[in-house]
Ligand binder design. Structure first.
Ligand code: 5AD
Ligand code: SF4
Length: 457
């Protein structure tokens, strides 16, 4: 590659795991051009801001990052600034008009074109907007980059986009329709990662349990899991996100039967009220959701369940909200991510009457937090004295304290004295449950109540 070698780059990422993974791919592509990563935008000659627009707050953060470009460019006129991700897709060339320091806007289906874009800007000085959707999954064909959260875990995108059009959500607008990647291609990518030492993959998609619908007319996600499970050396498979409507017994059975598939599902409920679920266009009722959770817990004993909750969707009454509270108390999630409803451009809910005042949303969110915090704490405290299998992901920066994750996706910090290496899969005994994580040890400890160890829940 010519013209841009010996330069440096910095990628600032906002939003979800999908964006984290897109940033990894863009890093891989820029390194293919000969660029070197630096740890701040002040030192970089190519700056990519990978944006999120799922909620207004995320979008605001992007505009403050863009505000900094002026001084960065004044300091170094060679700086090339690119905006990628969902705000890029949503705003397109409006961003170029609004931010005069910006050189390019790169759409969510076009990230593989980043190297050409940078080179073209360097040679012609043009300002570019590349945001048309692709009608295939070509944009996902970036060769097995691996720079995940640790050397032994990696993301693998199995589908892009979403065709659900939940009333509140920008994703179908910013990432296009649901498109699954061919299974053979996914398998090739995972094998290549395992050859490089990866032990755990997280399969990514907005609605992974609809995988294959667009390819063969039916969900074949459990079949994909079965094929991946047969890969030698792949120890753990995770996946996110699942849609309750497309969750069926075949997936519960695959989770229960396949050794490498971890016992955790992220199954966003969004609301416990059927009126709200229907206004959200979620395609399930809360009773059906509860039945699915019961089935899952029966087929996959000890599984962790997490969810997303939105409070203050337009028209959500106090009674509706109480149904969400009662769902949280009944289901007892391991953890949840909860959000105040945010009006997003182009979505149906933006125009709905009966928008809920912000102070009500704030109050409701606080109640949801308090209830879930207590439940998570109870789970963590009850984990004390149990045995868990953890995959060592690394060491806390600047210390010799190892940490890893249980199969149920809980972070466990080990005592510094534990003799483990990154990538080891070891049994540990949980010694303490904290608010967000667990403490553990590889040495046998006597549990206060039940002998050396108990099996996990
Ligand atoms: N307002 C609030 N939360 C939202 N989410 C998606 N769109 C919105 C919105 N407009 C939440 C949903 C989804 C998660 C990724 O973000 O809970 O599951
Ligand atoms: Fe958004 Fe609904 Fe698609 Fe999830 S399923 S990405 S919430 S539209």
């Amino acid at each position: 590659m010519h013209g841009v070698t010996d330069e440096t780059y910095y990628i600032e990422t906002y939003g979800c795991q999908m964006n984290d993974h897109d940033s990894e791919k863009m890093a891989e592509l820029l390194e293919g051009l000969g660029l070197t990563a630096v740890s701040s935008e002040e030192e970089a000659e190519v700056i990519v801001i990978n944006t999120c627009s799922i909620r207004e707050k995320a979008e605001h953060k992007v505009y403050s990052a863009l505000g900094k470009l002026k001084s960065l460019k004044a300091r170094n006129p060679r700086v090339v600034a690119v905006v990628a991700g969902c705000v890029a897709q949503q705003e397109k060339d409006k961003l170029l008009k609004r931010v005069s320091q910006l050189d390019a806007v790169l759409g969510t289906h076009r990230i593989s074109e980043l190297p050409e874009l940078v080179q073209r800007i360097r040679t012609t000085g043009e300002r570019l907007c590349v945001t048309d959707f692709r009608t295939n999954t070509e944009s996902l064909h970036i060769p097995a980059p691996h720079r995940g959260r640790c050397a032994v875990c990696s993301f693998v995108t199995i589908m892009q986009g979403c065709s659900n059009f939940c009333a509140y959500c920008v994703v179908p607008h910013t990432r296009g329709p649901e498109q699954s990647r061919p299974a053979d291609e996914i398998l090739r990518e995972v094998r290549a990662l395992v050859d490089k030492g990866v032990k755990e993959v997280t399969l990514l998609g907005q609605n992974v349990n609809a995988y294959g619908k667009d390819l063969v007319g039916k969900n074949i996600f459990p079949e994909l899991l079965r094929r991946l499970d047969r890969i030698d050396g792949l120890e753990r498979i995770r996946f996110t996100t699942s849609h309750p409507r497309d969750f069926h017994e075949d997936l519960a059975l695959a989770m229960g039967n396949l050794e490498s598939v971890c016992e955790h599902i992220h199954l966003p409920l969004q609301s416990g009220s059927n009126n709200v679920l229907s206004a959200m266009r979620r395609g399930y009722a809360s009773e059906a959701y509860l039945e699915k959770i019961a089935l899952l817990r029966e087929r996959v004993p000890g599984t962790a369940v997490t969810a997303d909750i939105i409070v203050g969707f337009p028209g959500e009454t106090d009674e509706d909200f109480e149904m969400t509270i009662s769902a949280l108390e009944t289901i007892r999630y391991d953890q949840i991510f909860s959000f105040k409803f945010s009006r997003r451009p182009g979505t149906a809910a933006r125009r709905l009457p009966d928008q809920v005042p912000d102070e009500v949303k704030v109050e409701r969110l606080a109640r949801v937090h308090a209830i879930q915090e207590a439940i998570t704490r109870e789970y963590h405290e009850a984990a004390r004295g149990t045995e868990e299998e953890i995959l060592i992901e690394g060491f806390r920066p600047g210390t010799s304290q190892p940490f890893g994750r249980t199969r149920t996706n809980k972070i466990v910090n080990l005592d510094s004295g534990n003799n483990v290496r990154q990538g080891d899969i070891v049994p540990v005994w949980i010694t303490r449950g904290l608010k967000h994580s667990l403490m553990g040890t590889t040495q046998v400890v006597e549990s206060a109540n039940e002998g050396p160890c108990r099996r996990p829940r």
